[in-house]
Write a protein that binds this ligand. Structure first.
Ligand code: WT7
Length: 637
């Protein structure tokens, strides 16, 4: 079994070894997995192209490591517990044997529908068990999965389908979300109507039993296609660096990027990090509340926990249905030992009052986790006091879609913890801080831009169909380093605290959105001339979206707001809807025509006492106007 460090000393030793001889360190980890052939070389890399290869020459299938190898001694252990949206509906459990059989049946179904190694399958599915099962089925036969969060719009889905020339879309008819039922197949239909020429089939699982349109040329019913498929399917043998999946994420520019992860390194690192950060012990019940549509769900609901032979819970619903005690009810119901969620959920539940927590005893909990955005002190303390009863270590895990796995985090009960600090890098991770010129900032009690100096097994290999973009975004900003896009501080003891994005990315409830992406959506309203979007502190969401909009006709602000929100919802999805929309007659611009976002950010934050030098603006008078329209007093008044 993979190394699990047990105390601070062991961590320090493992860390040192991982830095002194990364190849040897990761080779030892890799040796604990099941391979068809072992590697010729552990690591080959340069950050210039970039070209990163882990375990080259090795052959494997990740699903044999996640499922088959556990059948010897864990065939009857629960692999996945599925908790439905409605607490009165039935739980579904899959033992490792049952998971094996279901994955194989599904893999055979995909094969019977013409799916082959290297084909891209797009998932647009809510949190049903078949999502995890068919993602694994995909990996079983060497097809590439691209899961699109089922809250994205038809347009966003179509863009992602076309970017990767998707051959098949898998969806459900609908989705249960709290007291609401949401259409899913309808969105896929709309996406296809927008034009998705590569899609040959749409495979639909009946889930909510709502009415759907049926396209005889395209649509296939899951229940029919899976009939009589045998529960055995030999795993396709993959090269270590074959693509496992694509996952789209937002950046500073308009178009989301397809982050590419490959088989072997991703498997080794997600398993290693899962076991060490959460200190998972045999028999523990682990629950990550993320949606599989995000990297957290990929790495820490499916691959990491299953490769480690864990029992992983998958929850269909929302934290506030039937009431704000739902998470805690589920923790008691299954005696959850490790619980992993996002600060935004913690803040939302904290705001509902302690009565929803006090009904439950939560005494099974051993470790609490946080992910996706900086956790503020109040939320951290509430999590610690009310949920962890001051006896559970809290792991604040910093990582990204691109990193594939947790990078900077305390290891539960093993390494020091400090509220609001991600603390220390995991073994194998070499972070550093640089200034804007790329000079490394040494020593402690310093702040800078967070970079990683050396490859780690689960790092992205490219951005799908556009390697230049991968290079420019992550590897060219600071020569020889991977640039994260985050700012961080290193305290006097060398512990890292993540400050947040330094690029034009907004983190809304742990969801990453590019300002350009939102602006493009707003600009698609016919009456809009120009817009500028910035993030501002939001009590529950972490960051909210503030949109400044210039219009051509006499639309007033009250009419503008719903129109803009609706448009963004349609083009990206409800998660990207601006929280505030302000009609303005101009935007502060430099003489070269660049929007001064710094000023817009300050106004959105209601921080107008120190706007800095605005004299270099092309149109300094606009600043007072915007301040007034935002309902803030002007500096002079
Ligand atoms: C961005 C990555 C990691 C999976 C979910 C989000 C922010 C993530 C933390 C944390 C402070 C965090 C960063 C990062 N972030 N975790 N523990 N503390 N900030 O993945 O959508 O790729 O977003 O989320 O800004 O760059 P993602």
């Amino acid at each position: 079994m993979a190394l699990q460090v047990k105390n601070f000393q062991e961590y320090k030793e493992a860390y040192q070894k991982s830095v002194e001889n990364p190849a040897l360190f990761w080779e030892e980890q890799a040796n604990t997995f099941q391979w068809h052939r072992k590697w010729d070389k552990v690591l080959d890399w340069n950050f210039e192209e970039p070209n990163i290869k882990w375990f080259e020459g090795a052959k494997l299938n990740i699903t044999e490591n996640c499922i088959d190898r556990h059948l010897k001694d864990k065939a009857n252990q629960t692999a996945i517990i599925w908790e439905p949206n409605d607490p009165n509906d039935e739980t579904i459990r899959f033992t490792y044997q049952e998971l094996h059989d279901e994955v194989c049946k599904t893999a055979n179904m995909l094969k019977s529908l013409g799916i082959k190694k290297g084909d891209v399958i797009c998932f647009y599915m809510p949190m049903v068990p078949q999502l995890a099962i068919s993602v694994l089925a995909c990996a079983r036969i060497g097809a590439i999965h691209s899961v699109v969060f089922a809250g994205f719009s038809a347009k966003a889905l179509a863009d992602r389908i076309n970017d990767a020339s998707v051959k098949m879309v898998i969806c459900t008819d609908g989705n249960n979300r709290g007291s609401k039922q949401i259409a899913v197949k309808k969105v896929v239909d709309e996406a296809i109507e927008l034009g998705c020429p590569s899609v040959e089939k749409v495979l639909m699982l009946k889930h909510t039993h709502q009415e759907v349109n049926w396209n005889l040329n395209l649509d296939i019913l899951w229940s029919q296609a899976i009939k009589e498929q045998p529960p055995v399917c030999p795993a396709t043998v993959m090269d270590a660096e074959d693509v496992l999946f694509i996952l789209y994420t937002s950046g500073s520019t308009g178009k989301p990027k397809g982050v590419v992860h490959t088989c072997a390194g991703y498997m080794v690192y997600t398993t290693f990090s899962f076991k060490n950060v959460f200190q998972y012990q045999e028999g523990d019940i682990y629950w990550c509340t993320a949606d599989i549509g995000w990297i957290t769900g990929h790495s820490y609901i499916i691959y990491g926990p299953l490769a480690a032979g864990a029992t992983s819970i998958m929850f269909e619903g929302v934290p506030t249905y039937p009431d704000a005690g739902r998470f805690w009810e589920i923790c008691d119901k299954y005696k959850v030992n490790q619980f992993y969620t996002a600060p935004t959920a913690i803040r939302a539940l904290m705001a509902k009052g302690d009565a929803f927590v006090d009904k439950y005893n939560l005494d099974s909990l051993k470790v609490l986790g946080s992910v996706g955005e900086p956790i503020n002190k109040e939320a951290w303390e509430w999590y610690d006091n009310k949920i962890g009863k001051n006896k559970c270590p809290i792991v604040d895990t910093w990582w990204q879609t691109e990193t594939g796995g947790m990078m900077i985090s305390n290891l539960a009960g093993v390494t020091p913890q400090k509220a609001t600090f991600a603390t220390l890098p995991l073994p194998g991770i070499q972070p550093c801080l640089v200034d804007t010129d790329g000079n490394e900032i040494e020593g402690n009690d310093v702040e800078g831009l967070l970079c990683i100096k050396h490859p780690w097994p689960s790092m992205l290999r490219t951005t799908y169909g556009d390697h230049e973009r991968c290079k420019n975004t992550y590897f060219s900003v600071f020569k020889g380093k991977y640039f994260t896009g985050d700012g961080a501080r290193r305290d006097k003891d060398g512990l890292y605290r993540i400050i947040g994005r330094v690029d034009d990315v907004i983190n809304v409830s742990g969801h990453r959105l590019g300002t350009a992406e939102v602006e493009n959506a707003i600009n698609a309203c016919d009456f809009v001339i120009e817009s500028a979007v910035v993030g501002y502190p939001h009590e529950i969401k972490g960051q909210g979206i503030f949109a400044y909009v210039i219009c051509n006709s006499n639309v007033d602000n009250d009419r503008l707001e719903p129109l803009v929100r609706d448009k963004v919802s349609k083009i990206i999805g409800p998660i990207a809807k601006p929280d505030k929309v302000l009609l303005v007659s101009g935007l502060p611009k430099t003489r070269s025509g660049k929007i001064m976002r710094r000023i817009l950010r300050k106004i959105a934050e209601k921080e107008i006492s120190n706007l800095g030098d605005i004299s270099t603006l092309l149109n300094p008078e606009i600043v007072d106007e915007i301040i007034e329209k935002a309902g803030l007093k002007t500096v002079s008044s």
